[in-house]
Design a protein around this ligand. Structure first.
Ligand SMILES: Nc1ncnc2c1ncn2[C@@H]1O[C@H](COP(=O)(O)OP(=O)(O)OP(=O)(O)O)[C@@H](O)[C@H]1O
Ligand SMILES: [Mg+2]
Length: 339
């Protein structure tokens, strides 16, 4: 039996761009799927197809047991969506925005009011509740938008990059809200660019690149595929990068990544702190001065590098009708892989 969110061979093209190139998903009821991928991977397009906002060219999608292409209206009644860009009415206050959503879902006036007050409190917006949303900061709008998606508790929720733009405290608080939601039985598909976020929240992660799911598994499984820990070294002099890279290759379980402008080298290892001490001794014996050295867990970049052979770098947006996601994003420097 398919899960609460099910997709098979979803394809969506925009002109020459194959935004979705045959996406398969299956999310069991009451679990969280984290859809992880770099800019332009197709995350938002997948969410829009599954939430009836966009019609795929081909493929099949079933949400909450209902065929998305055949019965979109019925699907809409069973889902909640918080989009990548906050969809709040600028001229209404926070409170009015939330009450309006309640009324749209046919809640009685008093219930809508009570629910709005509860959410404003929960999302730390009570002080600003009666100000028009256009006076809110980006993070406040984000929170209001998420609150709006939670006015009614639908059995299936979609959140597109729910915590992008939130400060660490608000991100943590939102994670708690999401955990509560899921413990109540909600099925959630969440897109994110942060492995850490998927780590905290997702039962399973699907890594998307160029419109395809290129890997799936629990966070631990993905990290294990990525080769465990990393040694990260910053050498003092640029001229020492090549020798340091040679040293690291001797200890590494995979390719060494070099970030030239920061003089940072990274290599996957097994062996932990003991190995770190050996690396330091070896670098020292070759006369390489180091500014910083440490062990760290794999990041999204590492997962990408190991899965695709390239770093999770920013792609230029090609959205022709302006609906593509062109917001300010993490513009990470390109990395080179030393073979
Ligand atoms: N309405 C559109 N018209 C034309 N191209 C589009 C449109 N929407 C998306 N695309 C293109 O489809 C591809 C996938 O875009 P999508 O928005 O799904 O990526 P994403 O994974 O959500 O990226 P981001 O992390 O930047 O939000 C991109 O190349 C994008 O430019
Ligand atoms: Mg997106």
């Amino acid at each position: 039996m398919p899960g609460a969110i099910y997709a098979e061979g979803l394809v969506k093209t925009f002109g020459d761009v194959r935004a979705l190139d045959g996406v398969d998903l299956d999310v069991p009821e009451g679990t969280v799927l984290g859809l992880l991928g770099p800019n332009g991977a197709g995350k938002t397009t997948a969410v829009r197809c599954l939430t009836t906002l966009l019609r795929p060219d081909s493929g099949k999608a079933v949400v909450a047991g209902v065929d998305v292409l055949r019965q979109p209206d019925q699907v809409r009644r069973s889902i909640g969506l918080s989009g990548q860009f906050a969809a709040v009415d600028e001229y209404l206050t926070g409170r009015e925005n939330l009450q309006m959503v309640g009324r749209l879902y046919q809640m009685p006036g008093r219930a809508a009011k009570a629910r709005a007050a509860e959410l404003l409190e929960q999302f730390h917006l009570a002080d600003a509740a009666d100000r028009p949303a256009k006076t809110y900061s980006g993070g406040m709008r984000r929170r209001l938008d998420l609150a709006a998606a939670l006015v009614v508790s639908p059995p299936v929720m979609f959140m597109d990059e729910p915590t992008t733009g939130l400060d660490p405290r608000n991100r943590q608080q939102l994670w708690e809200v999401i955990k509560q939601l899921v413990s109540g039985g909600t099925t959630l598909l969440l897109t994110t660019q942060y492995l850490e976020e998927a780590d905290h929240l997702a039962h399973e992660i699907a890594v998307v690149d160029h419109g395809r799911v290129i890997a799936r598994g629990t966070s631990d499984q993905l990290k294990a595929r990525t080769g465990g820990e990393r040694v990260e070294v910053v050498v003092h002099e640029r001229g020492h990068i090549a020798t340091a890279s040679q040293v690291l290759r001797g200890f590494g379980k995979g390719e060494t990544t070099v970030e030239d402008h920061t003089r940072k080298l990274t290599v996957p290892v097994t062996g932990g702190a003991k190995l770190l001490a050996e690396v330091i001794r070896e670098l020292d014996s070759r006369g390489i001065e180091i500014d910083d050295i440490g062990l760290r867990r794999p990041t999204l970049d590492d997962v990408f590098l190991s899965l695709t052979g390239h770093a999770a770098e920013t792609e230029e947006q090609t959205g022709a009708d302006g609906e593509g996601d062109a917001g300010p994003k993490d513009r990470r420097p390109k990395k080179e892989t030393v073979k």
